[in-house]
Design a binder for this molecule. Structure first.
Ligand code: ADP
Ligand code: MG
Length: 673
């Protein structure tokens, strides 16, 4: 079996199942084995029933004390039984829609069961517990079993089986990194790492395998970056630029005074643009430091010199917001702005392509639709990516290639510690906006448990009565049996009951149709919505100065950097803003982590504290950084591997690098969005 074979070559995968796999981007056998488990399940020791705690997933062994009860609610059959053991603890077992359990369970017999403990009417119970035979339990005990990202129609069991089959049948691939390097660095060989990451012998084996794959992600990324940057340094634009008088006028017309840091960065950009050499600059500034206006000045200068400019944002919502605010800002200057996103209709897109190629527009704002082959720019002089950390390096290369030797500027709010940004953005010039507008009052924060929710709601109501609005963030879109995390839909229903009728509540999430999303955002901007219940789709870039409260449910589930980004959606005006971090888990570790946010609004400080607290190697934790450049790697948790990969790349001769890069592009999927 070969890497590029269609997944239907795998035993048990037919046309129908293949469509489910395609939905999560798995088309070939190679894709399947590169579908790395997101976590592992482990069958631990049997614990006494008297020790089980709500929320834990446990394995217990005991006997059924009384005849199982069968009842029906509407059409659903419910079987319940009580189990006890030598510890004299009692727990209720509940099965839905499995009426045969009533006959299968024998009173007085010992069973081993596994499941998640919940509380119902004060009593501990396990819903849908799994019955295990002794052999089953002892075979699986302490083995790490892969848990995969799934989609409807695919069970974890099915994916496990398919990947086990693929791994046994797949022809081995030669390591693309020379074996002397692999040996010297003490890394696991490639094929072994892929096998072990799915079916590790033990935890140590899994961590080693993962390390190797993380190394590969960093290594190929950095190697490619070096090539891209190497090709760009010292590149002459072949275009002359002058700073037009409109740029002064534009700055003077802003409703605020630019901060010193903004002026400094604009100055650096102007110098780049008139230098005759292609700009290659990272503009890094915390959320709310005012990066958009800097991009606007650069686009204005570029347009007034007769060149096209492109601004790329990672989400449709943000692209449209930029489009609207920049169109408005530039209307007085006769600069034409066009929107281009993947979700526009075919006719709209065709129209945009036409405007672009015939230079009937000066500035194009959009998502990664901007870099498709169909888009032909006319004299592209400047390319800006906003929220750069949300894109893969591939996209950056392609857009820069759209206009040979054009100016490239990337903006990022991700508070990456300096040492890390030196590695990731190695050869770029870096501008830091180290100042937030003085009119801002620092956001007031609190970290609270669920019993504070009522107080939070009345606080939100008070803010709404002053004409302000609020965001509430939930981690999930809809209800999910396997999760007790807050979800947007149920939350909406609940909150609608609690809040007075006149409070206008709306919802937003990534699976909504684009038109709906736009309408929701418009209503929120113009003040027709008071509370927006949303998933993290609002995380990047969104600017609605009217919002003064952010309530984040299940804060314990998010990484600190991500929480900081979310919080950045408020505190965008001269009004006092508030952020309430609600947590369903008040254990000391979680509280310690969340308190870092409570005590600071400084993204760089937060990132460095977060790094200290976690250290590398915590792979079971939530994905902390919000970085999506890498599938598996996390720039914070895997900082040691990043450093190692960086050192290794720097030691390669040009020829070695070229050879490896060739091998990589044949074999390893390069990191993409
Ligand atoms: P970010 O750096 O997070 O992208 P934005 O560019 O979205 O920040 O700016 C956030 C808000 O701050 C916007 O409403 C913008 O108009 C405003 N703003 C930007 N610069 C200043 C300034 N110097 N003084 C006051 N407000 C500013
Ligand atoms: Mg922004």
């Amino acid at each position: 079996m070969l890497w590029n074979d269609d997944i239907r070559e795998i035993k048990g995968i037919g046309d129908k199942t293949a469509t489910y796999y395609r939905r999560i981007g798995i088309n070939t056998v190679g894709d399947l084995v590169m579908h790395i488990p997101r976590a592992y399940d482990e069958y631990g020791e049997i614990i006494p029933i008297s020790n089980v705690r709500e929320g834990d997933t446990v394995i217990i062994s005991g006997r059924i004390t009384a005849r199982p009860q069968a009842r029906k609610v509407r059409n659903i059959s419910i079987i319940s039984a009580k189990m006890t053991d030598d510890s004299r603890g009692i727990i209720t077992l509940v099965w839905f829609n499995m009426p045969f359990m009533a006959n299968q369970l024998r009173m007085g017999t010992y069973y081993i069961i596994r499941g998640k403990v919940s509380r119902n009417n004060g009593r501990l119970e396990i819903v849908q517990p799994k019955l295990l035979t002794k052999t089953e339990y002892f075979n699986k005990k302490h083995k790490l079993m892969p848990i995969y990202k799934l989609t409807e129609g695919l069970s974890n069991n099915a994916v496990s089986k398919a990947s086990a089959y693929a791994l046994s049948e797949l022809r081995s691939k030669k390591d693309y990194i020379p074996s002397d390097i692999i040996k010297r660095l003490g890394l696991m060989p490639y094929m072994q790492a892929i096998k072990s990451v799915h079916y590790p012998k033990n935890k140590d084996d899994m961590l080693k395998a993962r390390k190797r794959l993380v190394f590969d992600e960093f290594f190929s990324f950095l190697l490619m970056l070096k090539k891209v940057n190497g090709e760009r340094t010292g590149l002459r634009t072949g275009r002359t630029y002058e700073i037009p008088k409109e740029s002064e006028q534009f700055i003077a017309s802003l409703p605020y005074e630019l901060t010193g840091a903004q002026k400094k960065v604009i100055n650096e950009i102007e110098n780049d643009m008139i230098s005759g050499y292609a700009m290659n600059r990272l503009v890094q500034g915390d959320v709310g430091s005012g990066k958009t206006v800097i991009a606007a000045v650069a686009l204005l200068i570029n347009a007034k010199n007769g060149y096209q400019g492109a601004l790329m944002a990672p989400t449709e919502v943000l692209a449209r917001q930029h489009y609207e605010s920049i169109s408005e800002m530039f209307a007085p200057y006769g600069i034409r702005v066009t929107l281009l996103t993947g979700h526009m209709s075919a006719a709209e897109k065709r129209n945009a392509y036409e405007l672009i190629s015939s230079h009937k527009t000066d500035i194009i704002i959009g998502t990664h639709a901007l870099i498709q082959d169909k888009v032909v720019y006319d004299n592209l002089g400047l390319v800006i990516t906003d929220e750069q950390h949300r894109f893969g390096v591939k996209q950056r290369e392609s857009i820069a290639n759209k206009g040979e030797a054009c100016h490239v500027m990337v903006m990022s709010a991700t508070p990456i510690p300096r040492t890390l940004s030196m590695i990731i953005y190695g050869d770029m010039d870096i501008s830091v906006i180290d100042e937030v507008p003085a009119v801002r009052l620092p956001i007031m924060n609190c970290v609270v448990g669920g019993n504070y929710r009522k107080t939070a709601y009345s606080f939100i109501q008070k803010e709404i009565s002053k004409g302000n609005s609020a965001y509430i963030v939930c981690p999930m879109i809809e209800e999910n049996e396997n999760s007790d995390l807050e979800n947007v839909y149920d939350y909406y229903l609940r909150l609608s009951e609690i809040m007075p009728k006149e409070v206008r509540i709306d919802i937003l999430h990534g699976k909504m149709k684009n038109d709906e999303k736009n309408a929701v955002m418009d209503r929120f901007y113009n003040g027709s919505t008071d509370i927006l219940i949303s998933t993290t789709v609002i995380e990047v870039g969104i600017n609605s100065p009217r919002a003064t409260v952010m309530l984040i449910e299940n804060s314990e589930r998010f990484g600190l950097a991500q929480l900081h980004q979310l919080r950045g959606r408020v505190g965008r005006s001269d009004k006092q803003s508030y952020c309430i971090f609600m947590t369903a888990d008040e254990s000391p570790d979680i509280m310690k982590r969340l308190n870092i946010l409570n005590n600071s609004n400084d993204g760089f400080y937060i990132a460095s504290e977060d790094l200290k607290l976690r250290g590398p190697g915590d792979m079971f934790g939530v994905r902390q950084s919000g970085e999506v450049l890498f599938e598996l790697a996390d720039i914070y948790n895997d900082a040691d591997m990043l450093q190692l990969a960086s050192d290794t790349v720097n030691e390669l001769s040009e020829k070695e690098a070229e050879l490896i890069l060739n091998e990589i592009s044949k074999k390893i999927p390069l990191p993409t969005l």
